[in-house]
Design a protein around this ligand. Structure first.
Ligand code: DGJ
Length: 741
């Protein structure tokens, strides 16, 4: 296991979980990528690097050799020396213009993992959990040192990569592009799957066959965005949930990003991910260093399901951090869709009381409790309780809710300032802006300039003040607009290109300060729903509000798509009222419950208005979720039927020891006279006997008792399956509780 270096072949072999990653120093110190895939036994590859022709590509090694940077699988490609594909790095210097020439000069291998200053990243808790390789590449002319860093985890088929640039020359170096990782693959026989969307329909998976040319998913919005997600999967054509080779790349970053795929003239595929170069530049002074965000590379030869489960486990246990990482998350009631901005102390307490009677554990007071905010036009930045609505303050309402047995949570939007706010009137230069340009508003608000220390300090102290007084145990951290006029009053004109990344560093510093000052507080991140669902945020905040779209059916592709990369413990999922506020659909309450149980269950409706029948259903849902919660949060997810491809969806969770499982089936539209169908489970122990209880469904009286409650082997459940009960009407679902005997 671990990382080896063979001095005679100059080959590095990194073994992580079940995969191998091989690099080689070739020719005059060029670093070549040799392999990333299933684990190889030998330390070295016996075959030399195969060279392709290089018509029309000049070579720095002389024109009559067969060497060409344009065909070499470069581990960290640069331009200006004959590689005409997309580069990982671009710089500007007085000595060498845009050219670079990076050569290997040495490496180090050490136990454990190094943290990245100021940036979220995966980590180990014991140095035995992984090994780290650092490779130094140097450009003699400019004095730029590029440190490529690789951590191979023992238990996970994941390589964590990052890059640090150090200016060892005498002149400033302007960084114009820095990808965190680049991967040159030998062929182009791949489908790539990325997560595309919009507000209210985030992370729908899109699967496309690669072909010649450059493809890119990106965000230039100042956040990872609703529209694209900083992660992608590459799968061999024909790969399914349970069969075939698949690779994942996921960036640990929450700001502007690009994932680029470049298929060249010889069908070689170059994949890279990093900070979006558009709007980015960084002035690297002599002796200074720059750290690029981490990228995770993962591999599975057992299909997309296994690839996702591998990522889920790493993200859950070694990316997410803090006390709540391993804890059960509370079932919450959020007042947003119940009251919007119209509430007072009495209505909140009534709502809380009604929820507590149903088994709710946490009451979340959403937007509108501060300043004079009766709609979305004012008060962001003024984090002072609105005494018109809560005359005796937050402590009063939180202690009343506590008396009812509820924890208390609070909404903030700490990165914003309303144009109508005391904060903006006092500090009009504290927002991102460009002198002489009008300031574009989004939801009537401006973005605070988190690249400034004074702004970060203000926000940290304003939130700390509230969190240290009340009994707040949960924070919803919202962010409701993208960035424009990305300039900072404190940076000189030549360094304005640093603003967006400095913003992210400021944001991460504020989140690090608050999460360490208040370790008991569970933070949930949100950006108009899932506009910033990424590994950067998940490092600090273990769960994210998945989407503002709370419709159970429209949520299915969102939750399925999200699960390609992110674990269920990261997804906030709520039961809301019907007709649904976003799409107007009426779905059964049971189905809304089943779908919301695919993540951290919450309710976001006025339960005071629910009739006794609905309240009984909610009570049962909460009891059921309390039973299965450890499975959903810490179990293995199997996607059984994909709602993008069918008229139904099904998924299940299996505990690590395979002793417990929970499966859910949702039929989307009803059909007359449907065929009898079975659902085959996955992930169980074929030699184990299980007891199964069917939950939900109708017409059960027509089924033999054995179809409702049965005892049989895991082999039968996985090979034969269970009968799906009749489900009359649209949007109906059922579930199975599966327990080993
Ligand atoms: C957007 C969030 O996604 C909603 O859940 C809610 O918190 C609103 N903001 C409040 O303004």
């Amino acid at each position: 296991m671990g990382i080896s270096f063979n001095a005679s072949t100059r080959m590095f072999h990194l073994r992580a979980g079940l995969c191998s990653y091989i690099l080689q120093v070739v020719d005059e110190g060029y670093l070549a990528h040799r392999f990333f895939g299933g684990q190889l036994v030998e330390d070295r590859l016996a075959q030399p690097l195969m060279r392709t022709m290089r018509p029309f590509s000049p070579s720095p090694e002389g024109s009559d050799t067969d060497f060409s940077l344009d065909t070499l699988p470069q581990e960290y490609p640069y331009s200006g020396r004959g590689d005409f594909r997309t580069p990982a790095i671009e710089i500007q210097t007085s000595a060498a213009g845009e050219t670079l020439d990076l050569r290997y000069i040495g490496h180090r291998i050490a136990a454990g993992k190094i943290s990245l200053p100021g940036l979220p990243a995966t980590y180990v808790e014991d140095p035995e959990e992984g090994q780290t390789l650092e490779i130094d590449l140097v450009d003699g002319l400019t004095g730029l040192r590029v440190v490529l860093r690789y951590t191979a985890f023992v238990e996970h088929s994941v390589i964590a990569r990052s890059v640090t640039l150090i200016n060892e020359g005498e002149n400033p170096i302007k960084i114009e592009r820095i990808m965190s990782a680049s991967l040159d693959l030998a062929d182009a026989e791949y489908d790539w799957i990325h997560l595309a969307g919009a507000w209210g329909r985030e992370r729908h998976p899109v699967r496309e066959r690669l072909g010649p040319g450059v493809r890119q998913v990106e965000s230039r919005r100042g956040a990872s965005s609703h529209q694209a997600n900083p992660a992608a999967v590459f799968a061999r054509p024909g790969v399914t949930e349970s069969h075939g080779e698949a690779w994942a790349i996921a960036l640990v970053y929450s700001g502007n990003f690009s994932i680029t795929v470049d298929v060249n003239q010889y069908q070689n595929t170059r994949v890279m991910a990093g900070i979006h170069p558009s709007g980015f530049s960084w002035s690297l002074l002599p002796e200074a260093s720059f750290h690029a965000p981490e990228v995770l590379l993962s591999f599975s030869d057992a299909g997309l399901g296994a690839l996702s489960r591998g990522l889920h486990k790493l993200i859950r246990t070694r990316l997410a951090s803090g006390a709540h990482r391993d804890r059960l998350r509370p079932i919450l009631l959020n007042n947003w869709e119940a009251t919007y901005f119209q509430f007072d102390r009495a209505s909140l307490v009534d709502l809380g009381r009604s929820g507590a009677e149903l088994g709710i554990e946490l009451f979340v007071l959403d937007d509108g409790w501060f300043g004079h905010r009766d709609d979305d036009t004012s008060s962001l930045g003024d984090w002072v309780v609105d005494l018109r609505k809560l005359p005796d303050g937050l402590e009063d309402v939180s202690s009343e809710l506590q008396r009812l047995g509820l924890q208390f949570g609070l909404w903030f939007e700490p990165e914003m300032v309303s144009s109508d706010s005391d904060l903006y009137r006092l500090h009009p230069d504290w927002c991102l802006h460009v002198p002489g340009r009008s300031r574009s508003l989004g939801r009537h608000q401006l973005v605070l300039d988190y690249s400034r220390d004074d702004v970060c300090d203000y926000v940290t102290e304003a939130l700390s003040d509230i969190l240290s007084k009340g009994a707040v145990t949960y924070v919803k951290w919202d962010m409701n607009r993208n960035m424009t006029e990305v300039g900072s009053a404190l940076l000189p004109a030549a360094r304005q290109g640093e603003t967006a990344h400095r913003y992210m560093l400021g944001l991460y510093a504020v989140m690090a300060a608050l999460t360490s000052r208040f370790p008991h507080v569970l933070f949930e991140s949100c950006s108009g729903g899932g506009g910033r669902f990424d590994l950067g945020m998940l490092h600090f905040m273990p769960q994210v509000w998945t989407s503002d779209n709370t419709d159970a059916i429209d949520r299915l592709p969102i939750q399925f798509g999200t699960s390609l990369i992110y674990p269920s413990s990261a997804m906030g999922a709520h039961v809301s009222a019907v007709p649904n506020h976003q799409v107007g659909r009426i779905t059964p309450l049971e189905t809304r419950g089943f779908v919301a149980m695919m993540g951290n269950l919450g309710y976001e409706l006025d339960v005071r208005q629910s009739n006794e029948e609905d309240r009984a259903i909610i009570r049962d849902q909460i009891c059921l979720y309390k039973e299965i919660r450890p499975l959903v949060l810490f179990g293995d997810l199997y996607r059984l039927r994909d709602p993008k491809e069918r008229n139904d969806a099904a998924w299940m969770y299996v505990s690590e020891d395979k002793g417990m499982a929970f499966a859910t089936f949702i039929r989307i539209l009803a059909r007359a006279n449907p065929p009898l169908e079975t659902l085959r489970f996955c992930g169980l122990d074929p030699l184990q006997h299980y007891h199964i209880r069917l939950i939900g469904g109708d017409g059960l009286e027509h089924l033999p008792l054995e179809a409702v409650t049965l005892t049989t082997g895991g082999d039968e459940l996985m090979s034969v399956g269970v009968v799906i009960p009749p489900l009359t009407g649209d949007y109906r679902g059922c579930a199975w509780r599966i327990t080993a005997i």
